[in-house]
Design a protein around this ligand. Structure first.
Ligand SMILES: C[S@@+](CC[C@H](N)C(=O)[O-])C[C@H]1O[C@@H](n2cnc3c(N)ncnc32)[C@H](O)[C@@H]1O
Length: 252
């Protein structure tokens, strides 16, 4: 590891120790990893390939799986990797080197055990990540610069390096659309807001079930967070404040 990478890791540890959201995500993931009810419902509604926390639908996973099949992909940066759904989707491609980063130590520790052939780092999005991956995957993970006033485009540009050739971005946008980047990038944007509406409806329905109410007693942080999140999505959708997109980018 170079000196600047070492300094980056030390700074990252410092940022994580000072960020209450990192602590909150960590405790959240600890509960999520234990709840069989969450895993069962998330699989039923979203079809997660493994334990995961994002807003992807089964159709989004099929699209992502196809996108990941490209022979051109040799290395992937999974930015804000959470519990590693991308690692699961590339099982059977030992030729791909995956680097996942996230500020949750619990998520990274889980991934290091589950996917020993991939590389996982605790990393804080405030810093610039130096990597050499040809492809970048961001699944509901580029929001986190908003509180520093950075746009999704700024956050995305921060992730690119001269060898990056392919990007996939799946996430919500408030009053904006995915960035177009420069003319060197061929961009394909799909509006998936209507399937997201269905997902929000399905989760809000399940959150009322007795099964969830009982599990809530064991995992209050998990279900409290999920309930707040899906209520918020419902309101944002009703008011037309949010849209959801899949954006793919290829460098010519
Ligand atoms: C909605 S989850 C998505 C996780 C994963 N991409 C997936 O599809 O399951 C957002 C992830 O971003 C991570 N995250 C949030 N803010 C971060 C920050 N400032 N630095 C690093 N990771 C962050 C969280 O720990 C969480 O795992």
């Amino acid at each position: 590891m170079t000196l600047s990478q070492n300094i980056n890791l030390l700074l990252s540890k410092f940022f994580i120790s000072q960020d209450p959201k990192a602590k909150a995500f960590n405790s959240f993931y600890r509960e999520l990893l234990q709840s069989d009810v969450y895993e069962k419902l998330a699989f039923k509604i979203q079809g997660h390939p493994t334990k995961a926390y994002n807003l992807l639908t089964k159709e989004n996973y099929s699209f992502l799986k196809e996108w990941l099949k490209s022979e051109e992909i040799q290395s992937i940066l999974d930015y804000g990797c959470g519990l590693g759904p991308t690692s699961d989707l590339i099982e059977g491609r030992p030729d791909i080197l995956l680097t996942g980063c996230d500020f949750s130590k619990a998520a990274i520790a889980h991934n290091q055990l589950k996917y020993p052939n991939h590389c996982f780092l605790t990393f804080h999005h405030n810093l610039k990540l130096h990597h050499h991956c040809d492809s970048v995957v961001c699944l509901d993970s580029l929001y986190h610069g908003f509180d520093q006033g950075r746009s999704v485009e700024d956050n995305l540009l921060k992730l690119l390096n001269p060898v990056t050739k392919r990007i996939i971005l799946i996430q919500n946008f408030s009053n904006a659309t995915p960035p177009i980047l420069s003319a060197r990038w061929k961009v394909n944007i799909m509006d998936i807001t209507s399937s997201f509406c269905q997902l929000v409806e399905d989760w809000n329905q399940e959150l009322l079930s007795t099964e969830v109410q009982e599990d809530r007693e064991k995992y209050p942080l998990l279900w409290g967070t999920i309930t707040r999140e899906f209520r918020h999505h419902q309101t944002s959708l009703e008011k037309g404040f949010v849209k959801r997109f899949v954006a793919t980018y290829e460098k010519s």
